[in-house]
Write a protein that binds this ligand. Structure first.
Ligand SMILES: [Zn+2]
Ligand SMILES: [Zn+2]
Length: 275
């Protein structure tokens, strides 16, 4: 565990670099808004999010898992299972929790206000996968800590899950071309860029589909799977109906997006939250 920060940073840097090169070598779409406009803001928000999580929370997710283990908290301490089964089950259940959280952020208007910043990116590439509003990041950290304490997930499973989710989020947002046959095979297990791009369509029926980040099973299981955007991968419009002015791609504008403008027609929950 002493190498934990290095493994995290190495995996992040390695996957980011690989995706960035792949996007140059084999892009899926012509991007209307290029890297020089979007990357400083998208990467700026990642740094801000990481700093904020460190400042706000007294523990990391792995730290809490170690405490839960020492004190015998959580479901997994009530049953005697082989360690490898507990680790695999923990990673899968954490992924399910993230899927359900993502659905919730699309259903509840006030949560959608926070999450829509992720969708307001006017192009779709590796940095889109890192672009989340700081308040959304803090709320999802809170939920993750609650799930870890309730399940008693081993620290190693939390570590694997966090590194994996970070890597797969960059992969699934890649503006990269993958042969159709390979994409179809990969989709049976993981969310591919072509699958997740549907989720970034301007059309609300498409925005409200393909919520998975990591495993593609949840969308198929819960009926939220949509194989392709109706306009096609190359012609589809990326983003949401609000915030289409390129000035909205600036970091300061991104941070205030939850707090201005109407909630719009995207949230599918019945509770309107008053706006
Ligand atoms: Zn979303
Ligand atoms: Zn996304």
């Amino acid at each position: 565990m002493q190498y934990e920060p290095y493994i995290r940073l190495g995996a992040f840097g390695g996957v980011f670099l690989a995706m960035a090169i792949w996007e140059l070598a084999g892009p899926r779409r012509q991007q209307t808004f290029g890297r020089h406009i979007r990357w400083p803001s998208n990467l700026g928000i990642v740094a801000l999010d990481a700093l904020l999580v460190r400042l706000v929370f007294p523990t990391t997710a792995v730290g809490l898992a170690l405490v839960a283990d020492a004190r015998g908290w959580g479901l997994f301490h009530l049953v005697a299972l082989p360690t490898w089964i507990v680790v695999v089950a923990s990673v899968v259940l954490l992924d399910l929790a993230i899927y359900l959280q993502h659905v919730l952020f699309h259903a509840v208007p006030v949560l959608w206000r926070l999450h829509r910043m992720h969708h307001a990116d006017l192009a779709f590439d590796v940095t889109t996968g890192l672009r989340f509003h700081p308040i959304e990041i803090l709320l999802s950290m809170l939920l993750k800590l609650a799930v870890i304490a309730a399940l008693g997930t081993p620290a190693v499973a939390v570590f694997i899950f966090e590194v994996l989710l970070n890597a797969t989020s960059m992969f699934s947002h890649g503006n990269v071309r993958i042969a159709h046959g390979l994409d179809a095979v990969l989709r049976w297990v993981v969310v591919t860029p072509d699958m997740h791009r549907v989720h970034h369509s301007i059309q609300s029926t498409e925005t409200n589909s393909n919520f998975g980040f990591n495993l593609s099973w949840w969308d198929r299981l819960f009926g939220t799977y949509r194989p392709e955007p109706s306009a096609g991968q190359e012609a589809m419009t990326i983003g949401i109906e609000q915030f289409r002015d390129p000035r909205e791609l600036r970091l300061d504008r991104m941070l205030v997006q939850p707090f201005h403008g109407s909630v719009g027609g995207y949230p599918f929950g019945r509770w309107t939250g008053g706006t």
